[in-house]
Design a protein around this ligand. Structure first.
Ligand code: ADP
Ligand code: MN
Ligand code: MN
Ligand code: MN
Length: 337
């Protein structure tokens, strides 16, 4: 047994979209449970998390996976941020989701998130001609060939490393706009999907860094006639997954419609640039749900309609959404009174 490197990862206080920060702590020995990982701290005045003159914030490890980059017994540690007095920091949205996931545990809710993102080199999306535009959208989605697909080496490495870490990746695909990609995580419970999605995002940034490429989650990275980037959130409860579930899914869609403005407020900044009613989206000012309709706010997959049970796909969340907040909003809206 020797020393290991633990990469502590947390969400900072950046507004309107929180960003990831991380730093390394050397531990004396390898760990076999999250409780073995010590609490740590950081300087909140450098991360927009300082409260007045009191700048010490606490990092509480809450979830960890194998570190697929450093290998051996090294680990990646997702943390919650706490104030010195032990209360959750205001930049800590996981604390509230923890409460809700306990409150609604009996629903046995599952989430599967489709994370779209766009590679950039400097100011241009990866593969785009300098200062110009590629051919119009059409051939790129799930494409193959050097004229259509850009960044596959990074995507493959990211997929391998997520699997090596033990993250529940369920697939990847090239997206509609050149340089844009998607990976899917889940289905998992609310806390696990959110922790794993943040860790998968960290791995994406970290791996792309070695290629001199940056991955952005901006919902509309290129203005104009180009697809935006979303984070479709697929959701089911136990009763939705059983015979008669379609009726429960329909009820949930109606509730989500009644709470559209409340929920959309936490579905990601700049989402109005993406939810225009064009490019496989429904306008941000409207709410519609329908079977198989990729222009609806919520799509009920064909297989779910045919089987009479399954899940719903909330197409509204933007790529830059915080899964802790989105899962909390969906749980509250669907499972609450
Ligand atoms: P799309 O056809 O919208 O591109 P994807 O295949 O990209 O769909 O993603 C489907 C997502 O749905 C995956 O993340 C998967 O984990 C998730 N999913 C599958 N079954 C369920 C379920 N019962 N509850 C919640 N999510 C689910
Ligand atoms: Mn998808
Ligand atoms: Mn997609
Ligand atoms: Mn989808």
């Amino acid at each position: 047994m020797g020393k290991i490197k633990a990469e502590y990862i947390w969400m900072d206080g950046h507004e309107p979209t929180q960003k990831l920060r991380s730093k390394t702590k050397i531990l004396e020995d390898s760990v076999s449970a999250v409780d073995d990982i010590p609490v740590w701290g950081f300087d909140g005045s450098s991360t927009m998390q300082a409260e007045g003159t009191d700048s010490d914030c606490m990092l509480q490890p809450v979830y960890y996976v194998a570190d697929p980059i450093r290998g051996e017994d090294n680990i990646l540690v997702m943390c919650e941020v706490f104030n010195a007095d032990g209360t959750p920091h205001k930049s800590n949205p996981r604390a509230y989701l923890r409460e809700l996931s306990e409150k609604y545990a009996e629903y046995d809710s599952w989430f599967g998130i489709e994370q779209e993102y766009t590679f950039f080199i400097g100011r241009e999306p990866l593969g785009w001609p300098e200062g110009g535009y590629p051919a119009p959208q059409g051939p790129f989605y799930c494409g193959v060939g050097a004229d259509e697909v850009f960044g596959r080496d990074i995507v493959e490495e990211h997929m391998d490393k997520c699997l090596k870490a033990g993250i529940s990746l369920s697939g990847i695909n090239a997206e509609v706009m050149p340089g844009q990609w998607e990976f899917q995580v889940g289905p998992l419970g609310p806390l696990a999907i959110s922790d794993e999605l943040w860790l998968a995002r960290w791995l994406l940034y970290r791996i792309a860094e070695d290629y001199g490429v940056n991955a952005t989650l901006h919902p509309k990275p290129v203005k104009g006639d180009w697809n935006g980037a979303g984070a479709h959130t697929n959701f089911s409860t136990k009763s939705m997954r059983e015979t008669g579930g379609l009726e429960i899914i329909t009820k949930a869609c109606k509730k989500l419609g009644e709470n559209h403005s409340k929920d959309i407020a936490v579905y990601g900044a700049h989402n109005e640039e993406r939810l225009t009613g064009l490019h496989e989206t429904c306008s941000i000012d409207e709410f519609r749900f329908a079977v198989s309709d990729r222009g609806a706010s919520i799509r009920i997959p064909m297989a779910t309609a045919n089987d009479g049970y399954g899940y719903l796909e909330d197409r509204r969340p933007a790529a830059n959404m915080d899964p802790y907040r989105v899962c909390a909003a969906i749980l509250e809206t669907v499972c609450g009174d």
